[in-house]
Write a protein that binds this ligand. Structure first.
Ligand SMILES: [Zn+2]
Length: 312
């Protein structure tokens, strides 16, 4: 038994070393988007110790009264890394934290910033999903980031905006805060009209294929994308992928949602066979190049099919 434990321990250790060797340590770094608005663009792959679960995009706005941080990271450890990236830009403290959504890496750093005096804001529907999924998210994250989760407590917004749309001003910065419910129920986007920047949360993915989860709603996503088009931002900070513009967001997210609705949704409504439908639309040329396509596209189609089948 002792020997077996040793072998198991060795293979875990070797596995971890291999993973570390493949994946460079990710250090969050701010990039200026426009004026006093910054983005922190995370890696596109899965959560890991090397990226501290920060495989998503974050942002912040520097004001004379303090920093407004958009999304707080996947743990207290990840939150401290985001704080460092902010500190490299400004000595101002993080005074406000806004959550665009309820996926682990959007909010599990809330408690870290609240303990340092920040006020956490979110829409009511976002908090509802956070509360419903906190336990499961922490258990899931544990598998990817292990001991980095130590000291992480779920922390919820103390300033809750009713939604689905809210106009908020903090430190002289105006926000239009719009519910999308695209990836998770209660997901939002945050638009800054003064700088024409939108932080889309998990509504927009570029460079990689978006994921349709059992919690996702492709019809709501498509409607929210039209709302984003109406806002017409000059700069788009997507949930995942490089800072971009509406043209790329349209091509890689807006059009993909339409593709799923028009082809897979329609097939489900017509009561076509599931497997034939998935085969027929297996390799759309306009999306095949996106990272994670091979892992996600078929499952995405499957979920959309089932969604339209049960709710045509
Ligand atoms: Zn995400």
């Amino acid at each position: 038994m002792k020997f077996k434990g040793f072998v198991l321990g060795m293979s875990v250790w070797l596995g971890m070393t291999a993973a570390h060797a493949q994946e460079p340590l990710y250090t969050p770094k701010a990039q200026q988007v426009a004026g006093n608005v910054y983005a922190i663009v995370g890696p596109l792959g899965q959560r890991s110790e090397a990226n501290a679960g920060l495989n998503a995009n974050y942002g912040f706005v520097v004001t004379a009264q303090g920093v407004i941080l958009i999304d707080s990271g996947a743990s207290a450890h990840g939150a401290a890394l985001l704080e460092k990236a902010v500190k490299a830009v400004t000595p101002q403290p993080i005074r406000w934290v806004l959550n665009t959504g309820s996926q682990d890496h959007r909010w599990l750093g809330n408690d870290y910033f609240a303990r340092r005096g920040a006020q956490v804001h979110a829409q009511a529907a976002t908090v509802q999903t956070q509360k419903a999924s906190a336990e499961q998210q922490l258990a899931g994250l544990q598998r990817f980031v292990g001991d980095q989760l130590k000291g992480t407590q779920p922390g919820y917004a103390t300033v809750v905006h009713a939604g689905p749309e809210a106009a908020v001003t903090l430190g002289g910065v105006q926000f239009e805060w719009v519910q999308t419910s695209a990836h998770y129920p209660g997901d939002t986007l945050i638009h800054l009209p003064q700088s024409s920047v939108t932080f889309t949360g998990d509504l927009v993915y570029v460079d990689r294929l978006l994921g349709v989860l059992p919690q996702s709603n492709v019809r709501k996503a498509s409607q929210a994308f039209e709302r984003l088009r109406a806002l017409s931002p000059r700069h788009v900070v997507p949930g995942h992928g490089q800072v971009t513009d509406m043209a790329q967001a349209q091509k890689e997210t807006g059009n993909y949602c339409r593709f799923l609705i028009d082809n897979i949704g329609s097939a489900a409504r017509n009561m076509d066979a599931l497997s034939e439908t998935l085969d027929k639309f297996a390799a759309p040329a306009q999306f095949k190049h996106l990272q994670n396509f091979d892992e996600l596209h078929r499952a995405n189609m499957n979920r959309v099919f089932v969604d339209f089948e049960s709710n045509p």
